[in-house]
Write a protein that binds this ligand. Structure first.
Ligand code: RTP
Ligand code: MG
Length: 142
């Protein structure tokens, strides 16, 4: 296992449901540390650039509409095996298929409004962390 960083987003549906703290608590209880954090309302341009890998997919417009529909919390989580640990806590993309006790099973309504984002690989994590944070905005504590 290695100490890793991963990019996490609490999406507009979860912010609107007022469960930011409950979601953060799951990360902390699992031993992940929040080492950078900001709340923001994504512009279309910022959301499109973030999800550029999906730009030819049929759901791209809906995804950008949703991600720009309200404020989000963007953060960097640090810990052992953080990328997979975060994905495990999140559960499957479609909350209907997410394992009981995962964030998406407990807080998400649909495949679009699915509560959280997490980087899916080391390469994505590196790109996504630097997409939102400068080096001096990250405060390692591990
Ligand atoms: P995310 O990137 O948001 O963490 O989600 P993910 O890795 O679990 O899923 P991904 O395949 O990267 O898809 C990004 C987001 O696009 C929406 N989506 N809709 N209608 C569909 O078939 C479909 N597939 C994906 C989801 O909201 C997903 O989180
Ligand atoms: Mg993804």
């Amino acid at each position: 296992m290695a100490l890793e960083r991963t990019l996490s987003i609490i999406k507009p549906d979860a912010v609107a449901k007022n469960v930011i703290g409950e979601i953060e608590s799951r990360f902390e209880k699992a031993g992940l540390r929040i080492v950078a954090m900001k709340m923001m309302h994504l512009s279309r341009e910022k959301a499109e650039g973030f999800y550029a890998e999906h730009k030819e997919r049929p759901f791209f417009k809906d995804l950008v509409d949703f991600m720009t529909s309200g404020p989000v919390v963007v953060q960097v989580l640090e810990g052992e095996d953080a990328i997979k640990a975060n994905r495990d806590l999140m559960g499957a993309t479609n909350p209907q298929e997410a394992e009981a006790g995962t964030i998406r099973a407990d807080f998400a309504q649909s495949i679009d409004a699915n509560a959280v984002h997490g980087s899916d690989s080391a390469a994505s994590a590196e790109r996504e962390v630097s997409y939102f944070f400068a080096d001096d905005e990250i405060c390692p504590r591990a």
